[in-house]
Design a protein around this ligand. Structure first.
Ligand SMILES: Nc1ncnc2c1ncn2[C@@H]1O[C@H](COP(=O)(O)OP(=O)(O)OP(=O)(O)O)[C@@H](O)[C@H]1O
Length: 779
């Protein structure tokens, strides 16, 4: 059924007592017809060009019974229909040649019933004979009259115009469908037959009401079948249909006029049959690309029967009386052309999505069972095939983070699902980093915009000489002096002069008044963990999240709290005499106009102090852990050395360790885990400290800038009565004072060392900045 097949054509003659046997001869094999019309004959036939015609068809049914016609025309197509192939049987011929008799038959006489009722009966018989399949039969019946479609199973049409809501559309497979057509389910043969009769009734009512001639219309009765197996997987659904088409009379226009058919009707009939002929000619011409199906409703609706995926059969109904010889030749010529049309019958299979999903679920279940069996047999029982849970995702993210931080040398790959999740987590981290970077730059820009020289927070907890970034020894290495917590070395500090020189103010887009800024603090340090342990403790996460949403007041939140300096000389009232000392005024300023900022500065300092304290304790703990780890490592090394040379071992020999070494190794593992946890917590705290320091600096800067502006507005460029240069000693915190003292001491001891000192300080600062940036990017 998958090979191309030409349209089968069977000629059926209407029985007559006046057979023109001198003009029409049938070959003994009943496959061919010879028509002979001698030139100058009486009776009015015009035949100047040709005398003889030979037509060959698939079969000739002369004086055949309805049953014989059915057996010849329908049996093969019916079998295909039940198996999922489409079929079309159409009756073509002049008016009165027996098309309707062939297709519908005489409704009052059971013996003379036509192909449609016989097909219905056989469909239900076949369905009953195939209990292994579940069939659904549906019926539709459509009439095309003057290029208008009428749904014969729908409401009786009220007017002659329009298609009564019917529309020919193409589905996704390019198959034409009549949208809006009533398609009724027929559970029994009787039900299906009742639809046929209902359609006939509607047709005759319409004929009567609208003054139609039913022989001028095309009728398409369709049996739709849907089948699925009751025993096998039922997601496979077969769809098929059988079109039983009774075409309008094919007589020529001149003839219709003589028989009283209205010109308009005759033109429509002629037109649609001409289009049918054009389609058939186009299909017969293998070089033709375009087939003009859309020219008429008939060809559009029947497109899958004409050069499509249907098994198609045409019954050419002819009359063999002398007076109809011309029409008979015309019908036989059309039928001959029709034989050149080839169709490629195809199985119409679709898959029920719901049943398909059920089937796939079943298959997946079975495959999982098989996979888990396989895993067990190949010692891969830890491999997970289910989607990852949220905690597992968090764990994987930690793994990725450790890998990116160089803490873990390798990521152990256990399954494709895990690889995908790792990549996903990598993307998540990358996005977070990008966002963080953007946020940081924004904060940095707005908050530090005014800080010209004081670039680094000077009270930051400093690492020891071999700090967090020491790639070889790791954090807290005692040999490298471990963590140093407290005052930073002098190289890490800025000068009081630098602080005093800082100018500018921080702009804020927030409304006036204090606002708390929620800042996402993310540890920005990169450190290499010493060993290849991939387990990271939850405590680290907790430690990070404790400060993640720490609320501190940023100086930018205070914009508008401080009084704006009054620069308008008309408004400012300058006191007479030398201005008071800046220090005194600054103290007064902190109690008055700058009270809020001063308070916030103090609060931020307190928070910073607390965090330093936490960091100090944390660093001590980490150092202690490191020391214990080193001790244990040495003990393990000693044990190993005592075991002798590993080279002495033969292949397959097992290394045996004693109980003490086992305890050492166990403790070592636990200590390392704790070390990582503490280390992560420390790193998180340090990130918080860095941020807090920055805030403290900003607050201080803001307070001082506001004060300077206020002082300038108050006293202009007057020299204070204390003779100071305007620097505010009181504004310096202990770190700044320390810096200054150092500077003073060094300039006293060796004034030449100052440039060196300053250059080194700047270089350290730059290096710190670069490293910080690198860490941020690596996170
Ligand atoms: N094979 C046949 N045996 C007996 N009677 C027939 C046969 N073919 C046609 N007739 C009779 O001929 C008459 C016209 O037939 P029918 O209506 O089927 O022609 P038609 O081709 O459908 O015409 P129209 O195009 O007008 O619909 C009917 O009365 C029908 O009973």
């Amino acid at each position: 059924m998958s090979k191309s097949k030409h349209v089968r054509v069977v000629v059926r003659t209407r029985p007559t007592a006046e057979l023109a046997d001198d003009l029409i001869k049938f070959t003994p094999d009943r496959k061919a017809i010879h028509v002979h019309i001698p030139k100058s004959v009486e009776g009015g036939y015009i035949n100047n060009q040709q005398e003889d015609w030979d037509f060959r068809f698939d079969n000739l049914l002369h004086n055949a019974s309805q049953e014989a016609v059915y057996d010849e025309c329908v049996n093969a197509i019916m079998k295909g229909l039940l198996d999922g192939y489409n079929g079309t049987i159409m009756a073509y011929g002049q008016t009165g040649a027996g098309k309707t008799f062939t297709m519908t038959g005489a409704s009052e006489n059971y013996k003379h019933r036509g192909l449609i009722p016989r097909s219905i009966s056989q469909v239900f018989r076949e369905i009953a004979d195939r209990p292994q399949l579940s069939y659904t039969a549906r019926i539709s019946y459509i009439e095309i009259y003057n290029e208008q479609m009428v749904d014969l199973l729908g409401a009786i049409p009220e007017g002659v115009k329009g298609d009564n809501g019917l529309n020919v559309v193409e589905d996704q497979n390019g198959t034409a469908q009549v949208k809006g057509l009533t398609v009724r389910v027929a559970n029994t043969e009787e039900e299906a037959l009742s639809y046929l009769f209902e359609g006939e009734t509607t047709r005759s009512i319409a004929e009567h009401q609208l003054n139609r001639n039913s022989s001028r219309s095309h009728c398409i009765f369709t049996i739709w079948l849907e089948s699925r197996s009751r025993v096998e997987s039922s997601e496979k659904v077969l769809y098929s249909k059988l079109n039983l088409v009774d075409l309008a009379g094919s007589e020529r226009l001149s003839k219709t006029q003589t028989t009283g058919v209205s010109l308009r009707e005759a033109m429509y009939i002629n037109k649609s049959l001409t289009f049918l002929e054009q389609v058939i000619i186009a299909l017969a011409d293998k070089k033709r690309g375009h087939i003009p199906y859309r020219q008429s409703k008939l060809t559009n609706v029947l497109r899958d029967a004409l050069g499509g995926n249907c098994s198609t059969l045409m019954i050419a109904n002819v009359r063999c009386e002398r007076s109809y010889i011309e029409e008979t030749i015309s019908t036989l010529r059309f039928a001959t052309r029709m034989m050149c049309v080839t169709n490629i019958p195809e199985l119409n299979v679709q898959y029920d999505p719901v049943a398909l999903i059920k089937k796939y679920e079943r298959e997946i279940r079975e495959l999982k069972q098989e996979l888990s069996m396989h895993d067990t047999l190949s010692n891969r029982s830890h491999v997970q095939h289910e989607p990852f849970t949220e905690p597992q995702r968090v764990e994987l993210q930690k793994l990725v983070k450790g890998f990116l931080d160089n803490e873990d040398e390798d990521l152990e790959i256990v399954s494709l699902r895990q690889v995908k999740e790792l990549f996903h987590q990598m993307r998540v981290l990358y996005k977070a980093l990008e966002q963080e970077n953007e946020d940081w730059q924004r904060i940095h820009k707005s908050a530090l915009g005014g800080m010209a020289t004081k670039e680094e927070a000077h009270d930051t907890v400093q690492l020891g000489a071999r700090g967090l970034d020491d790639k070889e020894e790791g954090v807290g290495d005692l040999e490298g002096s471990g963590f140093g917590v407290g005052l930073a070395p002098i190289t890490g500090r800025s000068t009081a002069g630098g602080l005093a020189a800082a100018v500018g103010s921080v702009k804020s887009t927030k409304p006036r008044g204090i606002q708390k800024s929620r800042v996402n603090l993310q540890a920005t340090y990169t450190a290499r963990a010493e060993d290849d342990d991939d387990a990271r403790s939850e405590a680290a996460t907790e430690a990070t999240s404790t400060y993640r949403h720490m609320e501190m007041l940023a100086p930018s939140d205070l914009t508008g709290l401080l009084p704006l300096p009054q620069t308008n000389s008309n408004v400012t009232t300058k006191p007479l005499g030398p201005p008071p000392s800046r220090a005194e005024e600054f103290e007064a300023f902190k109690r008055g106009r700058g009270a809020d900022m001063s308070r916030i500065l103090a609060e931020n300092k307190t928070i910073l102090k607390e965090k330093r304290h936490v960091a100090k304790e944390s660093a001590e703990l980490v150092n202690d852990l490191k020391r214990r780890i080193d001790e244990l490592k040495e003990s393990v090394e000693r044990k190993r050395a005592g075991r002798g040379n590993a080279n002495d071992l033969q292949a397959g020999d097992e290394i045996i360790i004693d109980e003490e070494e086992y305890v050492f190794l166990n403790s070592l593992k636990q200590l390392k885990e704790e070390y990582r946890t503490r280390f992560d917590a420390l790193r998180s705290t340090r990130a918080d400290i860095e941020y807090c320091s920055r805030l403290v600096d900003q607050c201080r800067q803001k307070l001082m800038t506001e004060f300077e502006q206020w002082y300038e507005a108050q006293y202009g460029g007057q020299i204070p009565d204390d003779g100071s240069d305007g620097q505010v000693e009181d504004m310096m915190d202990i770190g700044e004072k320390f810096d200054r003292l150092q500077m003073a001491r060094m300039s006293q001891e060796d004034p030449d060392s100052l440039p060196f000192y300053n250059a080194r300080k700047n270089s350290v600062r730059k290096t710190q900045k670069v490293m910080q940036k690198g860490r941020r990017l690596a996170m």
